[in-house]
Design a protein around this ligand. Structure first.
Ligand code: SF4
Length: 277
């Protein structure tokens, strides 16, 4: 059994999907080569990741008017990656600046095939300055790896809002609107082939439609943000999947759909009907 196959088995197991079947000579059709129970005990996390430099933003009240005016005067469309990340870290365009530890611009390949869009940094992300760390981040890595992707290699990861909403509450419409120009510039620079929106707010922002995740993942569509017209695939947020493991099977279907949109395959492997535990 190849090392690659064992690794993939672990990733699917992490997603709660299995057993895994190996196609016979690429002809499809499952063999009895199920490898449930032979997965690796531990998977790598964050391989290839270069965390952004930590720069704590000051806590406190909203920016003074002069500072806000300077921020508004930035020609965002002219920013390169370095300038954009620096501007995001200094941003005080919305009330989340007052409660964050630091802004979290994003991480990964700056010319990615996939652009993963989440909702907002959580507590650990706010502390580390990197999106999707902790258990949800490990699950996202496993989901990506299950379709041959790895953060930092062909994948860029960011959020709709770059600063943590207090208490992990949902981002509010004015915060999403204030942060949107940063996201649109990231998309313009990244020029991804696909946007994987994870969670309701990411999907609604990318698709410009109010709907449930279930409704949005069923239809997808082109991105409506100014920076990109790439197709948007929608799936559940890893934090939700950790609380609702039965829906990991649906996330696996979403990833397969996303992969098909970019013309890829998943190394000749298919999952058996998923467990609904
Ligand atoms: S969430 Fe976005 S708009 Fe609000 S302060 Fe942070 S970077 Fe600026």
């Amino acid at each position: 059994m190849s090392e690659r196959f064992s690794e993939l088995a672990w990733m699917l197991r992490e997603m709660g999907i299995g057993p895994l079947w190996r196609r016979r000579n690429g002809q499809g059709g499952p063999t009895t080569d199920a490898i449930e129970g032979q997965a690796q005990a531990k998977a790598p996390h964050g391989v290839g990741v270069l965390p952004p430099a930590r720069q704590a933003a000051p806590r406190g009240a909203h920016a003074p008017d002069a500072e806000a005016e300077r921020a508004e005067a930035i020609d965002i469309a002219a920013l390169d990656w370095a300038g954009l990340e620096s501007a995001i870290r200094a941003c005080r365009r919305c009330k989340l600046a007052a409660t964050r530890t630091q802004a979290v611009p994003g991480v990964g390949d700056r010319k990615p095939s996939w652009f993963v869009l989440g909702e907002g940094p959580g507590e650990q992300e706010d502390q580390k300055g990197e999106p999707f760390v902790g258990p949800a981040g490990r699950l996202l890595d496993a989901m990506l790896a299950a379709v041959g992707k790895r953060r930092g290699e062909g994948v860029y990861i960011t959020n709709v809002v770059k600063c943590r909403p207090p208490g992990n509450r949902n981002p509010e419409p004015d915060e999403i609107a204030a942060c949107r120009p940063w996201l649109e510039r990231q998309l313009a620079l990244a020029a991804p082939r696909l946007i994987l929106a994870v969670g309701k707010f990411a999907a609604q922002t990318a698709l410009g439609r109010e709907d449930t995740v279930a409704g949005l993942r069923a239809r997808g569509g082109p991105c409506v943000l100014a920076g990109s017209t790439a197709p948007v695939a929608v799936t559940y947020h890893p934090s939700y999947l950790l609380r609702t493991p039965a829906d990991k099977a649906k996330a696996w279907e979403d990833l397969q759909r996303a992969l098909a949109l970019t013309g890829g395959d998943s190394s000749g492997c298919t999952a058996s009907p998923p467990q609904q535990d």
